[in-house]
Design a binder for this molecule. Structure first.
Ligand code: SR1
Ligand code: MG
Length: 407
């Protein structure tokens, strides 16, 4: 291709054949646009006869969920391709395999993972994933620790910092996660029932906002490791025995806590949603218990593997000083609690919400769930210095479910 154009279901088959000649002459093709994210087009093309399929992801020159009024650098497709290759290597395939990247069309042709489901959807259907904790902690520990100054040659690491400078996507996070939800910003997506509550509990609480400001500046200035940058349950594909992480277009060198905290927040929001939405008591309590155990284990197994891999791979002389690795990890967990809170608040009142909370059908229950979500988020942020273990995370969740409903 010599010029960029926006793909659609009528052009996608010829495009794939032109790039890869992927399908045979006898194929029976079905094409669908399956993207439900906020930014890009995603096509799934299947040859039903020969049981063969492929995914094509193309960047648009604007934010898909808003439209052409919000232009966005299409080069994010190349950042995503570059990081997927690194993550594939580091994690032995916990991300999709890339077949080809097209720098003119800003399109990536890659492995189809449709035998998996998006984790957010799977959790909302009350499914459980027995290999998830082991695989996602492997993903996080390997991608994060192995790209940090603890392990990498410092000059090579700085080359990666340069390569993965991602100003436009970081700007989105700085605005949508760390700024706009903390005042009555125009771009916020706020239910009427929560405006007064936000004024009373967040927007006028300067002591609390000071803690958020500290976390924001950590996000902007702490080039600790090569992050995924958007590791919520909508960026993870799962099935019974497999976990695959997708969509790392927000990747850049930032604080490790940003990836871990995004994941924990989305697990916690699923817990809150389950409590409000699932009527069958047995199913509801079983799923809530599964989510709490998963949350606890993600933190504890992450810590355990982090310390082990640290010992096996550390190269920096000063990082070998006794006590350093425990100090380093303790700060990551503290900030993980802070990020957990920020992600929970932005998914309640910021521009981009989550189905877990928005799909609660009864208005009263939705309002109560969103208020609990905000108050719990505040606890994660304000109390973060005391949060050191998986149990500390779930103690905060439990605290809210032992008290009476919030008016
Ligand atoms: C305009 S982009 C909104 C959100 O979608 C992405 O998945 C990121 O989470 C971003 O904050
Ligand atoms: Mg995404």
């Amino acid at each position: 291709m010599s010029e960029y154009y926006v793909l659609d279901t009528s052009t996608i088959f010829d495009y794939i054949q032109g790039e890869l000649n992927y399908f045979g002459e006898d194929s029976e093709i079905q094409c669908n646009e399956i993207g439900d994210g906020n930014l890009n087009l995603v096509f799934r093309v299947v040859d039903k006869k020969n049981n063969k399929s492929i995914i094509v992801k193309q960047s648009l020159p604007y934010v898909r969920c808003v439209g052409e009024d919000w232009p966005l650098n299409i080069n994010r497709a190349e950042i995503e391709k570059n990081i997927l290759e690194i993550e594939y290597e580091l994690t032995d395939g916990l991300v999709p395999k890339i077949y080809k990247f097209d720098p003119v069309m800003y399109a990536t042709l890659m492995e189809d993972l449709s035998d998996h489901v998006i984790m957010r959807t799977g959790l909302l259907e009350l499914n459980q994933y027995p290999r998830f904790v082991d695989q996602i902690t492997d993903f996080m520990v390997k991608t994060l620790l192995l790209t940090s100054d603890v392990v990498m040659d410092h000059q090579q690491k700085k080359e990666l910092v340069k390569k993965f400078i991602n100003p436009e996507l970081c700007d989105i996070t700085e605005a949508l996660v760390y700024t706009e939800p903390f005042y009555n910003a125009e771009r916020n997506n706020i239910d009427d029932f929560i405006i007064e509550f936000m004024e009373g509990n967040v927007w006028n609480d300067n002591e609390f906002k000071l803690e958020v400001a500290k976390l924001k500046f950590d996000f902007m200035t702490n080039a600790q490791a090569l992050l995924h940058g958007d590791l919520h349950t909508g960026s993870i594909f799962v099935k019974e025995d497999s976990t695959k992480v997708i969509d790392p277009e927000f990747a850049f060198y930032g604080p490790i806590s940003y990836d871990v905290g995004a994941l924990i927040a989305n697990l916690v929001m699923n817990y809150i949603s389950t409590d409000s939405m699932v009527e069958d008591e047995e199913k509801r309590e079983a799923h809530k218990e599964y989510i709490l155990n998963t949350t606890r284990e993600v933190i504890d197994v992450f810590k355990e593997k982090f310390l082990r891999l640290f010992d096996e791979t550390v190269t920096d002389e000063m990082a070998k000083v006794p006590g350093f690795k425990e100090w380093y990890l303790e700060n990551i967990i503290i900030d993980t609690a802070g990020v957990t809170g920020c992600e929970m608040i932005r998914r309640t009142v910021g521009l981009a919400h989550v189905k877990d909370l928005d799909d609660i059908p009864e208005l009263d229950k939705k309002a109560e769930a969103k208020k609990i979500n905000v108050l719990m988020a505040k606890e994660f942020i304000i109390g973060r210095k005391e949060i050191k273990t998986g149990q500390d995370f779930i103690d905060i969740v439990n605290k809210f479910y032992k008290q009476e409903a919030i008016a």
